[in-house]
Design a binder for this molecule. Structure first.
Ligand SMILES: Nc1ncnc2c1ncn2[C@@H]1O[C@H](COP(=O)(O)OP(=O)(O)O)[C@@H](O)[C@H]1O
Ligand SMILES: [Mg+2]
Length: 291
């Protein structure tokens, strides 16, 4: 799909991501952006690797699930995809994360801008509790640069984002009520709307349903299925049924023991990974023998 078919979204201006780059016009992606390529990435805390030697590609229009036992580095890898990992004191990363053609860990890349293109939703819904529903959605724009705010009508952004997040009908008559007045599942969709408001290309979700009841979980899963046509979606889940339901591609990670770094074992189309895994470690995990 070309960006021309996405009228409400500007073509990604990759140049904006690089703080001091000269070649501002060459980096604009004509095709739909949001492809992430991870080459030989090792992420560490205080010099101790948490996940090592990862090679994987995340394609637009697809949902990729990251699965594996606790401590295998799923969250760490996810946070490497938008540079959030680097905000942790003592954290480091080697290897390449390419967002389209931008190597996000090069010195001149502004990771704050990267996060505009690569949004994130966390395990626990984290709306600003006293801020209104509408203001929660547009918070990223109001705190953004003047350039980002120029010509933007916040009420339109709020409606568009809430519609995309499947929440509009439930909240359209109470937009001025606080974020905390919503149920847990609604709060998580509010956080998804907040991520979408800044028009990212990629949506990262770290166990977005782990704090939700089964009905709210299914609502979010349905939403993910809708969103994938317009975004690259990467979801961490500890729930294999969820990975099977929502993802097109699944990446299985494992960790040999406490203090050992996690590793990517296998990445395959989801149906294949669950029906015909190529690695013994994957077989043991999905049949419940380990993890
Ligand atoms: N902020 C941190 N400081 C130090 N070590 C961390 C930090 N966050 C995670 N780790 C370590 O990194 C490894 C991977 O953790 P994590 O990415 O959270 O795994 P998962 O999401 O698969 O459970 C674990 O050994 C964990 O203890
Ligand atoms: Mg985690």
């Amino acid at each position: 799909m070309s960006t021309a078919e996405l009228p409400d979204r500007p073509a990604m201006d990759l140049a904006e991501i690089t703080a001091t780059r000269a070649q501002t016009d060459t980096a604009v992606s004509a095709s739909r952006g949001g492809r992430i390529e991870v080459n030989d990435v090792t992420a560490s805390y205080h010099g101790r690797p948490a996940v090592t030697d990862v090679d994987i590609v995340f394609d637009p229009g697809q949902v990729t699930a990251l699965i594996g036992p606790s401590g295998c580095g799923k969250t760490t890898l996810l946070r490497c995809l938008n540079g959030l990992h680097m905000t942790v004191p003592g954290a480091s990363v080697t290897g390449q994360v390419l967002l389209d053609d931008v190597h996000i860990y090069e010195n001149d890349v502004d990771l704050v801008q990267v996060r505009r293109y690569v949004g994130m939703v966390f395990q626990r819904p984290n709306p600003f509790p006293t801020m209104s529903i509408a203001d929660n959605v547009t918070a990223g724009l109001r705190f953004g640069s003047r350039k980002q705010r120029e010509g933007v009508k916040l009420s339109e952004v709020a409606e568009r984002s809430l519609r995309q997040a499947g929440l509009w009908e439930e909240v359209k008559d109470r937009l001025d009520k606080p974020g905390a007045s919503l149920s847990g599942g609604q709060q998580q969709r509010l956080c998804i709307a907040r991520s979408l408001a800044v028009q990212p290309q990629v949506l990262l979700m770290d166990e977005p349903c782990s704090a939700l009841d089964p009905v709210s979980t299914l609502v979010i899963e349905g939403l993910i299925d809708n969103l994938k046509k317009d975004y690259t979606v990467v979801i961490v889940t500890h729930n294999m049924q969820q990975a099977a339901r929502v993802s097109d591609v699944t990446a299985f990670f494992t960790v040999k023991g406490p203090g050992q770094p996690g590793q990517l074992v296998e990445v395959s189309p989801t149906k294949e990974l669950f029906s015909n895994p190529t690695q013994q470690e994957t077989v043991e995990y999905i049949t419940g023998k380990v993890g």
